[in-house]
Design a protein around this ligand. Structure first.
Ligand SMILES: [Zn+2]
Length: 413
């Protein structure tokens, strides 16, 4: 931690993923912000600290638009749901946040808290106040779900479910949907997330198709927009994807079964696709390991695993704007950058994948004036790797330097 100014010498700097990288650049950082970007290795002013990244590739801090910091899905998950107190979940979430920051992700959007949503709101505040290390957090509070929908807890006695589940996001009918959005906003939600369709990791045989009615979807989106909040729709089946897009949703998360109509709507409305391929891959691998997933989940995981990557190939080829998201909490926190390799396998160039995790993600999260590029006036969220990710995107899995809001969190030396 320091309030002194810092000068970074960047061997190669990709300040903006939409432009070519430049060699030998200097960044002047003051008060947690980028003050100036200049050519050549500028000598630090008196009292300033020099950070020598002259043999590194430097780029903006990465942004993950889809994580669940309060949970980690694995074999022990179902027991922890009934064992862990809110404070325990909070400490776990703080640990997950620090793993995520160490991996070079300086901003995340948490799209659904496990249990009590106060935990993620408290973590967001503790990180903002620099009491706990972690990426900048934007969060949605509770996921909005109809009764029996993907956002509900299953698999225990009903009275036990009622104990572990926060019910503030369960809503049926237009009035309750409107109230549920307003309740999340009143509790501090930065954005709203709802389940337009069924999902893989809910232990119920309810398919992957539309769950809220079209009227309910319209109400959720309209109410959220009136309160100045962006809306993310969890959606696999085409009917749910299309109903959400028609109603003006800002992003479709997953998008596994998108069809021709979905592509038309994405383009016409300017909505983002957040593909989360790594979550589909992780869940389908778990489905192959005997006993790891209950039958209702395993059946859905096998179907979605393949589809989710095809969906990204299709949306990317058609020119849909892609924003980076991993659904970590399904996969292990801190391994977010594995998504880059999958995006490239599905047809994106490394530069496009980095664009999705910086400029596009900042746009979707409505924080372009703070993050997404390295430029004068923006927050000093800066990372470095040992070689060019434009040649081999997998180097982003081994980040060697992380600066978050002007503080060096992970040092290169
Ligand atoms: Zn998710």
């Amino acid at each position: 931690m320091t309030s002194h100014s810092i000068v970074i010498h960047a061997g190669t700097l990709l300040a903006n993923a939409g432009e070519a990288p430049k060699t030998k650049q200097s960044l002047l950082i003051e008060g947690g912000r980028i003050k100036e970007v200049s050519s050549g290795f500028v000598a630090p002013p008196q009292d300033a600290k020099l950070v020598d990244l002259s043999d590194k590739f430097v780029l903006p801090g990465l942004i993950d638009c889809h994580v669940h910091l309060t949970g980690q899905f694995d074999r022990g998950y179902r027991m922890r749901m009934v064992e862990d107190s809110d404070p325990k979940i909070g400490f776990n979430a703080a640990h997950n946040a620090s793993l995520t920051l160490a991996a070079g992700f300086t901003t995340v959007r948490d799209v659904g808290a496990l249990g009590n949503p106060d935990v993620i709101f408290a973590l967001r505040a503790a990180i903002a106040e620099k009491k706990v290390a972690g990426p900048r957090v934007l969060c949605v509070g509770d996921i909005l779900s109809p009764t029996g929908g993907h956002g509900q807890t299953y698999g225990y006695r009903h009275d036990v479910c009622a104990c572990v589940q926060s019910t503030s996001g369960i809503c049926d009918g237009i009035d309750e949907c409107r109230r549920a959005v307003r309740r999340q906003v009143s509790q501090g939600a930065d954005a709203i997330k709802f389940v337009a369709t069924g999902g893989v990791l809910s232990d119920i045989k309810a398919g992957l198709d539309q769950q809220f009615t079209t009227d309910e979807i319209r109400t959720i989106i309209e109410t959220a927009h009136n309160l100045g909040r962006r809306v993310a729709a969890h959606a696999h089946g085409a009917a749910g994807i299309n109903a959400a897009l028609e109603a003006g949703v800002d992003s479709i998360e997953h998008g596994s079964f998108m069809d021709d109509r979905s592509i038309e709507l994405f383009l016409a409305k300017g909505a983002f696709h957040v593909p989360t391929i790594i979550a589909g891959v992780t869940a389908s691998e778990m489905a192959e390991r005997e006993g790891e997933l209950p039958p209702a989940m395993a059946e859905k995981a096998r179907i979605v695993g393949k589809k989710i990557k095809e969906a990204l190939s299709r949306s990317h080829k058609a020119g849909v704007t892609i924003a980076f998201g991993t659904d970590m909490g399904v996969g292990p926190h801190g391994q977010n950058a594995r998504e880059f390799g999958l995006l490239v396998e599905a047809g994106m160039s490394p530069r496009e994948a980095i664009h999705a995790a910086t400029i596009n993600a900042a746009k979707l999260l409505n924080i372009s004036d703070e993050a997404g590029t390295i430029a004068a006036g923006k927050t000093a969220d800066v990372i470095a790797v040992d070689s060019s990710p434009l040649e081999n995107v997998a180097v982003l899995e081994r980040v060697s330097f992380v600066m978050s809001r002007g503080d060096v969190f992970r040092s290169a030396n």
